[in-house]
Design a protein around this ligand. Structure first.
Ligand code: SF4
Length: 341
């Protein structure tokens, strides 16, 4: 079958070049990007303001690069998990989280993940491939609902696919792209330092560091990346960044009973976050099949929040969503995999 280049993932400059190389006037670039990113067209025949002769060339040589999810399932709490399959057969999941006026889409950046975090079903199932910027933004464009916020917290580690993640961030926030406000896009990472540096320098998105333990020796058991990229260095980088545009830098802390929810952990967390503008988001833990760990109870989570806030640290507790459809944090593995296993 003829391989058609997908246009989702292009920016104005790269599309200018591609069109010119194909003998098409670059004045059509902005219109094409509008139809792809804003209108979410699956076929060039849906375009009504570009001559048919041009659309015919486009249809012969290119694809829009947008496609619908293969399946979906709904949680009792209103969140919806979608399964996508790209042209190469890679499967990955996306979660839609409606909450009043806020509609968040949690996208995947890889199919699987090679970071091997101990309490994450995605990591345990291994890595199958990277997604392109077009495939990342397609997860926002091709849902039947409009997103107000986008978080890269689905399958995969953004820092391990940083070129495509940076491209996707720009498409999401640019006026020629989806024009989601820069304050409404958040990239979550285990803290691969060169990638965090690039996110700081080359995007305007918010950054969340998955911490899960303030002690390096304990964190490296849960998040092996700690050995190569110490969280203390990433935290220093975030604290030292000249944050003139008030980007939101957050620490995510999944609370596991008896593992990271003791007073010793609380005291150390307070020590490393005090005096900084970093926020902390406390999350209940979601056990998965065959897992003996359980979440800290609501009283412990609220006690952590209270003590952190009293110490002058902005702390929030994230609501648990979608756990009945395995759509909560660390539960995404891909429907096909779950059936196979
Ligand atoms: S927590 Fe994130 S980085 Fe770690 S294995 Fe899971 S998907 Fe990968």
């Amino acid at each position: 079958m003829l391989h058609r280049i997908p246009l989702a993932g292009f920016n104005p400059d790269s599309l200018d070049t591609l069109l010119q190389e194909n003998g098409i006037d670059k004045r059509y670039t902005r219109r094409l990007l509008y139809w792809i990113y804003m209108k979410g067209i699956k076929s060039f025949s849906q375009i009504n303001d570009i001559p048919k002769s041009i659309l015919s060339i486009l249809g012969d040589r290119f694809a829009t690069g947008l496609f619908d999810p293969e399946s979906s399932c709904c949680s009792a709490d209103g969140s919806i998990k979608y399964l996508f399959r790209n042209n190469s057969g890679l499967i990955y999941e996306t979660v839609y989280l409606p909450d009043g006026k806020r509609n968040t889409v949690c996208v995947s950046v890889q199919s699987g993940c090679r970071m091997g975090c101990r309490f994450c079903a995605t990591g345990i199932n291994g890595w199958r491939g990277n997604l392109t910027a077009g495939e990342i933004v397609n997860q926002v464009i091709s849902l039947p609902y409009k997103a107000t916020h986008v978080v890269m917290m689905g399958m995969g580690e953004p820092g391990d696919n940083i070129n495509e993640v940076i491209k996707a961030c720009r498409i999401l926030t640019s006026e020629w792209g989806l024009a989601v406000g820069r304050t409404k896009v958040t990239v979550s990472t285990v803290g691969i330092m060169p990638s965090v540096k690039r996110l700081l320098e080359e995007t305007e998105c918010n950054i969340t560091l998955s911490l899960h333990s303030p002690f390096p020796e304990e964190r490296s058991v849960v998040i092996p990346a700690e050995k190569s990229w110490p969280s203390s260095s990433t935290l220093e980088m975030l604290k030292g960044f000249n944050n003139e545009r008030n980007r939101r830098f957050t620490v995510a802390y999944v609370m596991i009973s008896g593992v990271n929810d003791t007073m010793r952990h609380l005291n150390e967390l307070t020590k490393i976050l005090s005096g900084s503008k970093l926020k902390i988001n406390l999350l209940p833990y979601h056990s998965f099949e065959g897992d003996t760990h359980v979440s800290s109870g609501p009283n412990t989570i609220m006690m952590f929040k209270h003590m952190l806030v009293t110490s002058g640290i902005e702390a929030t507790v994230r609501k648990s969503r979608g756990s009945d459809i395995a759509a909560a944090c660390g539960m995404l593995v891909g429907e096909r995999l779950r059936i196979k296993n």
